[in-house]
Design a protein around this ligand. Structure first.
Ligand SMILES: [Zn+2]
Length: 133
């Protein structure tokens, strides 16, 4: 998997308030590639919209723990790899209990109902099934 540029990594940490989006931890922070790139990996460096701050533990769980993976999809920490524009998938920041849409180095607060609309537009009924399972 291709790493982000050092500049983008720094911008990502700043955008995400130097906290793990999933658990709020402020140390052992890592770069999470929101879209899974599969075994072959991607040759392109991830954009900021495709990047999220997760702690080492959450990053590991996002790869290895099926229950966490579902949670990660529901909350936009992970994005299905077929999604062309990860910016269309909003992110739930647990440490603020709030939804944001990513715009590169910025994040824009959105109401939960707007986040639900965005998720539904990308994933369709499948999204509601993830939430209800
Ligand atoms: Zn974490």
């Amino acid at each position: 998997m291709t790493a982000p540029t050092a500049k983008n990594r720094e911008l990502m940490y700043e955008r995400d308030q130097f906290c793990c989006a999933a658990c709020g931890l402020t140390y052992q922070l890592t770069h999470q590639h929101r879209r899974a790139t599969g075994a072959g990996g991607s040759k392109e460096r991830p954009t900021l919209d495709d990047s999220l701050t997760l702690c080492a533990t959450c990053n590991w769980k996002a790869e290895a723990d099926a229950k966490f993976q579902r949670l990660a999809l529901i909350n936009g920490w992970k994005v299905r790899k077929w999604v062309d524009d990860p910016g269309l998938v909003p992110v739930f920041y647990s440490f603020e209990q709030a939804w944001y849409r990513l715009e590169g180095p910025r994040r824009v607060w959105i109401p939960a109902v707007v986040a639900l609309d965005m998720m539904h537009a990308v994933y369709g009924e499948q999204y509601l099934e993830w939430r209800n399972s």
